[in-house]
Every structure is written in C-alpha cells, then in structure tokens.
Design a protein around this ligand. Structure first.
Ligand code: SAM
Ligand code: SF4
Length: 332
C-alpha cells in the first residue's frame, strides 16, 4: 500500500499532471502565438521510458491519479503504446486525458478498452467560424466527431471552454444546452495569461462571478451542487439537464487551499504550482544517474517547500517576472 504524501501546508499530493509534448496542431490564441514558437528539441523531451519510471516512483509515494496533457498528447508518436504501458502500473488508479479532440475520434474505442477514467475535451465554441478564429485552424468537425465517439462509448467526458471577452461569450448558453441532452460536464474557465505573450486584457472582464451571473440570467433555477474533494470547479445543476455545469476560477485562484496536484512539463521540470516557474528538473537528475532513493528525496524536498497559493508562487518566480509562458509547455 502506497504512503500518503503531504506538503508543508498539510495538503495531500496524489495527482500528477504530465504534459507529454509541447507540440500542438492547433494555435489557440489564448495558449500559443501563431508563429515563432520555439519547440523543445526532441532530445530534451522526457522519453516514454523516463515517464514510466517517474510514474512508477510517484505511484509508490502516493500519487494515484494522472492526467495526460500537452501540447496535444495525441500528436506525440506512439502515444497509445505509452497509455497501454501506464495502464498496467500498480498504484495508478485513474488515468485521465486532456485533448483538443482533433485526431482523437478513431482512438476512442481503444481508450475505452484501456479503462481511461475520463477525457477533458477542450472546445470553446460550437460555431465553425469562431472555432477557426480562436484556434487558427478549421477543425471543428473533427472535434465534434470525437465528442460523439466519447458519448457513444460512454467515456466520462468534460468539455472545457475558456471564456474570452468578445470571442465566445455568445456560446456559453448553447454549450450549457449540450449538458441538457447528454451526461456531460461543461466547464467554463477564466482565461489565464499563459499564452506565450502575457495578459490579453488589462483586466479580466469575464471572471467566475460574471460567468455565473450570465448563466443565472438564462437559467434562474440553476443550483449549486457539492463540489467533489480537490475540485477546481464550482459545480452547478440545472433542473432537467442530464449533465452539470462548472466554473473554474483559474485566474482568480480560489482553489489553492485544497490543491492536490503537481505537474511535470515535457522537458521534465517539476512544478508544484501552476503559477511557479519550476522547482527542479527531474530529467536532468535521471540522466545524471540518480537512483530511485535520490529522486524520491528530491521530490520530498520540493513538496516540503510548496507555495501556499498561486499568488505566492507567482511572487516567488525568479526575477519576479509574471507568468507569460505558453500553456502548451505546462498542460493546463
Ligand atoms: N491540447 C490539449 C487541449 O487543448 O485540450 C491539452 C493541453 S491544453 C494546454 C490544456 C487546457 O489548457 C485546455 O483545456 C486549454 O483550454 C487550457 N488553456 C490553455 N491556455 C489557457 C489560458 N491562457 N487560460 C485558460 N486555460 C487555458
Ligand atoms: Fe494546442 Fe491545447 Fe494550447 Fe489549444 S489549448 S493551442 S489545443 S495545447
């Protein structure tokens, strides 16, 4: 039986978000610049063998849940082999994946067989032109195909939509309507400044309060439901809807008090908070010949110095630089 891991603030750590690539076939404007992206050289990416080793070690320390993300995870070669390998690991009880859904549809039957616990599908609009404008690619039909396949195969699915002033706020209600007909979670996320450039807006106009007000106007009977432990979203139910609605205050950072997650970037940088700039590089330690015991000690040391919340983590960044890196290097 694995031990339980705690940080210096008494928060359990049992959830790893693993970004398997920084590459992507979309260019969502809130995540990546259109051009001039410096991808991580291939030899600097964690190999699948290194990732399996890290997952095995972290599972023995108490991490039981993993989310595979990116960049777009399904454009990394041999991704399904990797999923097959990690689905066999002792102690990993849940594998979740975040995907943009552009190339995922044909893989859904095998994801079902592998017992993938849930898929988060990123989808900001149901309108093809708006999709094209936001992602800079005309790929809505492929994403909708993935959504249909996920529903058909009964894989637990959440739709993640970033709410952007002047871009997709007309989509909020049509997206909530998807949860009327289907047992889906539809979650609206505040935009964060992780776009490779910095803040898009001088002030966040669509914060979690405004999103809720907007939903209330359309659905006066919307009601708060209990949030699962460690949830990053405030969750709601609308009478007559099969699914639920969630709001993620990602910019406002209201969820740090129960944060159970750590992150590994594609090049092996450990982040103990979304807003920090990396604690140490696990890949370098491994490639320098570190033993399991040495890796374990390095993780424990990092967990003993975790920032209290995203505001503290951002203040502690080297040279005090505010966040501006692309989310594709972090994984969300
Ligand atoms: N490519 C996959 C996808 O889009 O689902 C996985 C990686 S993507 C970086 C993970 C999540 O981060 C997506 O749901 C995306 O909407 C979200 N994201 C990216 N940039 C963001 C930003 N600036 N603010 C809020 N969420 C963001
Ligand atoms: Fe790619 Fe996901 Fe970033 Fe969009 S949000 S550019 S799909 S990594």
């Amino acid at each position: 039986m694995a031990e339980q891991l705690f940080d210096n603030h008494g928060r359990v750590i049992n959830y790893l978000r693993l970004a398997v690539t920084d590459r992507c076939n979309l260019r969502c404007f809130y995540c990546m610049p259109e051009e001039g992206i410096n991808y991580v050289p291939r030899e600097e990416l964690l190999t699948y063998e290194e990732m399996v080793r890290l997952l095995r070690l972290l599972a023995s320390m108490g991490v039981s849940k993993v989310r595979i993300t990116g960049g777009e995870p399904f454009i990394r070669r041999d991704m399904m082999d990797f999923l097959r390998a990690i689905s066999q690991l002792d102690g990993i009880e849940q594998i979740n994946i975040t995907t943009n859904g552009t190339v995922t549809a044909p893989l859904v039957p095998e994801l079902k067989v592998l017992g993938i616990h849930s898929i988060n599908l990123s989808l900001d609009t149901l309108d093809r032109e708006r999709f094209h404008r936001i992602t800079r690619r005309d790929a809505l039909p492929q994403v909708m195909e993935t959504l249909e396949a996920l529903l058909h195969y009964g894989i637990k699915t959440k739709i993640n939509a970033v709410v952007m002033d002047g871009q997709n706020t007309d989509d909020l209600i049509p997206m909530v309507e998807l949860a009327r007909e289907h047992p889906l979670g539809v979650r609206f996320i505040e935009e964060m400044p992780f776009n490779g450039e910095g803040n898009h807006y001088p002030k966040l106009t669509w914060d979690h309060r405004r999103i809720l007000e907007h939903l209330r106007e359309a659905y006066p009977a919307i009601e708060k439901i209990p949030d699962p432990p460690h949830s990053t979203s405030y969750n709601y139910q609308i009478p007559g809807h099969q699914g639920t609605v969630g709001i993620i205050a990602a910019y406002s950072r209201t969820f740090c008090g129960t944060c159970n997650r750590i992150r590994l970037t594609p090049q092996g940088l450990l982040k103990t908070c979304l807003y920090d700039d990396g604690v140490f590089n696990v890949r370098n330690l491994m490639r320098a010949g570190a033993s399991e015991a040495q890796l374990r000690d390095a993780f424990l040391e990092a967990f003993a110095h975790r920032a209290k919340d995203g505001w503290e983590a951002e203040r502690n960044r080297q040279f005090g630089t505010p966040v501006s890196e692309s989310m594709s290097t972090i994984g969300g």
